[in-house]
Design a protein around this ligand. Structure first.
Ligand code: ATP
Ligand code: MG
Length: 447
């Protein structure tokens, strides 16, 4: 979907914010791209490696936490190192980390795109189900990879997953968020929005987190991508946390009618209250998502096959064919779309195919002279089909044309009965067209 991959507008400064630095460490700072709970994200440039980077800063420590500063600094760099070890196509790479004037900063791969937030918006356009499955599948692969290296994310949420312009998801802020921002829970209490919406039951109870906790949060993101809502909201943090711990998952299928049942079952498992009832690894989740993705694609193909068959069924040429025979012909030919003005066959070319127009109109031209117009149900190219001679005229789509292209070699693949029927109708059509041409010629001679 286009909307979700458009880059966001550069973030604007308000007057009480510090001016944008020209440099942070060795990195040139070009623009502000985002604001997080504990600092700013800039688009920057590494003048040595000569590549764009994202530089994420975090505020200095408050007085309250000054005594913790050393241990927090140590933890920040320990975690940054852990995140820096991760190299995966669906994880934003961490290049560098540093500290300048009491401010910590991380240097990351710059992602030209947007976060998942716009695709989660309540009243925004919803992504198709298969696209959501694809995104969550790739995030599950990323989490499986990081978990296998002992790194938990702890803060999976839409703003921590970027979508490139091509629609490829990349998970970011691995493990750093929690250590980076010791005031996160306090802040959250004040705002009652943000990360708490994505927390697992064990996380809201401040219990030990596991890979399944990250997968729970990913489940909330999936729920929101599909419905525009998180499963739980609350007037305040207390109510929200109580709902996360005790309330059953509001049925996702009630909010998204085109959802296959197996997908709502999968979401319920992702959001189970008990850790042991959930997916235990990204791999396990990925396998199920892949299976569902393939089934959705198959259903899509079946649908387009049925649509193709229906478009041929309405043509006189196929009156005496059964549905199965039409499907056979379709399997051994190509149903092609032509834009207005596009050439279907070109004068002088050798092309052994026969065409049948299923939709739209086409013009037959010899040089610049229009010699015929063709419409739905008309055929052309019979002689080329029989003898592979040069085309004697050009056929161009006059508007949007859908045409069936049949070549004799491919037709050999269909059953003998079907071939016989095809050639019978084909011959009748050819004879009818030749007699029409004859009539035109004698009329021309007579006149
Ligand atoms: N690597 C990156 N490439 C491009 N843009 C980025 C990158 N990282 C962050 N951003 C932009 O900066 C914004 C803020 O990111 P940041 O991680 O600071 O905020 P957050 O996830 O909302 O909060 P938190 O502080 O909890 O992580 C993102 O929403 C995104 O638009
Ligand atoms: Mg973030």
């Amino acid at each position: 979907m286009v909307d979700s991959t458009l880059p966001s507008q550069p973030a604007q400064y308000s007057s009480d914010e510090p001016p944008m630095p020209e440099k942070i460490g060795k990195y040139e700072i070009h623009s502000l791209v985002g604001k997080g709970s504990c600092g700013f994200v800039y688009k920057g440039f590494d003048p040595f490696v000569r590549r764009d980077v994202a530089v994420k800063t975090s505020r200095g420590f408050t007085e309250d936490h000054a005594h913790d500063e050393d241990s927090i600094q140590r933890a920040f760099f320990t975690e940054a190192r852990a995140a820096g070890m991760l190299s995966h196509p669906h994880i934003v790479s961490l290049y560098d980390a540093g500290t300048e004037d009491g401010m910590n900063y991380l240097v990351m791969e710059f992602v030209d795109g947007d976060t998942l937030m716009p695709a989660c918006a309540k009243n925004g356009p919803r992504l198709p189900v298969d696209k959501v499955v694809d995104i969550i599948f790739k995030c599950a692969k990323a989490l499986d990879y990081s978990h296998s290296r002992g790194v938990l994310h702890r803060d999976i949420k839409p703003t921590n997953i970027m979508l490139t312009r091509e629609g490829v998801p990349k998970v970011m802020d691995f493990s750093v968020a929690e250590v980076n921002d010791p005031t996160a829970v306090v802040d959250a209490k004040r705002n009652a929005v943000g990360s708490p919406l994505y927390m697992s039951p064990e996380q809201v109870q401040r219990n030990k987190l596991e890979p399944a906790s990250d997968l729970y949060s990913l489940g909330v993101v999936m729920y929101q991508l599909l419905t525009g809502e998180t499963p739980y909201t609350g007037a305040d943090l207390l109510h929200l946390f109580a709902a996360i711990r005790h309330a059953p998952v509001p049925p996702v299928e009630a909010k998204r009618s085109d959802l296959p049942r197996e997908l709502s079952t999968l979401i319920n498992r992702l959001l189970a209250k008990k850790v042991e009832e959930r997916y235990q690894s990204g791999r396990e989740l990925g396998n199920d998502l892949l299976r569902i993705f393939e089934r959705l694609k198959q259903a899509d193909m079946n649908l387009s096959r049925r649509e193709s068959r229906d478009s041929l069924r309405s043509l006189r040429f196929f009156d005496s064919f059964s549905d199965e025979e039409i499907s056979e012909i379709l399997g051994a030919s190509h149903l092609l779309n032509y834009a207005p003005g596009q050439e279907i066959v070109r004068e002088g070319e050798i092309d052994g195919a026969f065409y049948l127009i299923a939709r739209g109109n086409a013009e037959v031209r010899k040089g610049n002279t229009l010699i015929d117009t063709l419409m739905k149900g008309d055929c052309f190219g019979e002689i080329g089909f029989l003898t592979a001679t040069r085309r004697t005229a050009t056929v161009k789509a006059a508007d949007q044309v859908l045409a069936l292209r049949v070549s004799s070699t491919l037709l050999d693949q269909v059953s003998t009965d079907c071939q016989l029927r095809f050639y019978k109708i084909f011959t009748q059509t050819l004879i009818y067209r030749l007699s029409l041409t004859n009539a035109k010629l004698s009329a021309a001679k007579g006149g």
